[in-house]
Design a protein around this ligand. Structure first.
Ligand code: NAD
Length: 291
């Protein structure tokens, strides 16, 4: 494992490649044993350039592991009922095991309504209240991809979460909140911080695990990091030099952390990989219905 200053760098690309190789084998097995090829329907509405890039990368990931991906594109002005009709069709399609509606949606469409319209067993983003509720109850089925990927990174470095103090900065439904539930399930003591949190640096200083999901470049300073902590940087920000930057001051934090994720190349590659994992899992559970 490569080291930078004091910290080992958690290479998300390597972990993702390993997981994708395993998924590829599972897909072959599903085809050989059950004549099933996992299928992912990706729905894109409008022309958001970032969304187009994400959708393209998701399709590439599918191809890599042998998942069939079908893209459905609706115009920017599409109505909510058009989208709901498409989702209803995909819910009923036998060859579609996962449905992903790329967010954000145009303003005439309510994201909650759309998320709730997706059949929970096909909700490979893990955003449906059913899947969120299962996660909250400690009996997860399909889990949100980014925090799920973070758990896989911790597993990859063989980090024992049990009994550790974790601080999550950010409380979004897609990262912060599900992250808290996943770490709690692994017996961490979890503190969720947000924009109204008082004495944030002191809270971070007490953490064995820091997960930063804020969306502000170099927000987490090196002297907030406890010696020997694991620092997971979820943030993706456009840096002043035009490149990508995380939420953590990597240079400073790597002087104190035991492990740290880089941006890019840390959490990023895991997100799509966990989407692929969820699609394979969805295909398997639709094969053998959950009791
Ligand atoms: P969000 O905007 O929904 O949430 C940001 C959170 O940061 C909020 O809960 C807010 O309370 C908190 N916050 C804002 N200012 C703060 C402050 N001053 N102090 C403490 N907390 C503060 O964002 P999100 O969707 O959770 O994403 C967070 C970051 O992670 C973004 O940079 C996003 O691009 C990135 N992201 C990366 C991936 C990936 O695959 N690597 C996936 C999802 C999101």
């Amino acid at each position: 494992m490569e080291k930078y200053n004091r910290a080992f760098i958690i290479n998300g690309k390597d972990v993702a490649a390993r997981l994708r190789a395993e998924l590829k084998k599972e897909v072959v097995l599903l085809r050989e044993k059950y004549s099933i090829t996992p299928g992912l329907a990706v729905v894109l509405i409008g022309e958001n350039p970032a969304s187009k890039v994400y959708v393209r990368n998701k399709a590439r990931g599918c191809e890599e592991v042998g998942i069939t991906s079908i893209q459905h594109t609706l115009p920017e002005g599409a109505s909510q009922s058009e989208l709901l009709a498409l989702i209803a069709r995909l819910n009923g399609a036998k060859d579609v095991h996962g449905i992903l509606v790329q967010l954000p949606l145009p303003k005439q469409i309510d994201p909650e309504t759309v998320i709730e319209a997706i059949a929970p067993e096909k909700d490979v983003d893990g955003f449906h209240p059913y899947n969120m509720g299962r996660l909250m109850a400690g009996i997860p089925v399909l889990q949100p991809c980014t925090p799920y990927g973070v758990m896989k990174l911790l597993e990859a470095i063989d980090f024992k979460v049990d009994g550790k103090d974790a601080v999550i900065i950010g409380r979004s439904n897609i990262v912060g909140k599900p992250m808290a539930m996943m770490l709690l399930k692994k017996n961490a003591t979890v503190t969720v911080c947000h924009s109204k949190t008082a004495y944030l640096p002191d809270k971070v200083r007490a953490a064995d695990i820091v997960v930063a999901a804020i969306g502000r470049e170099k927000f987490v300073k090196g002297d907030w990091i406890k010696e020997g902590a694991v620092v997971i940087d979820v943030g993706i920000n456009r840096a002043k030099d035009g490149g990508l930057a995380g939420d953590v001051d990597f240079e400073e934090a790597s002087l104190r952390a035991a492990y740290i994720t880089p941006v890019p190349g840390g959490v990023g590659p895991m997100t799509i990989t966990m989407l692929l994992a969820n699609t394979v899992q969805a295909a398997k559970s639709q094969l053998i219905p959950l009791a």
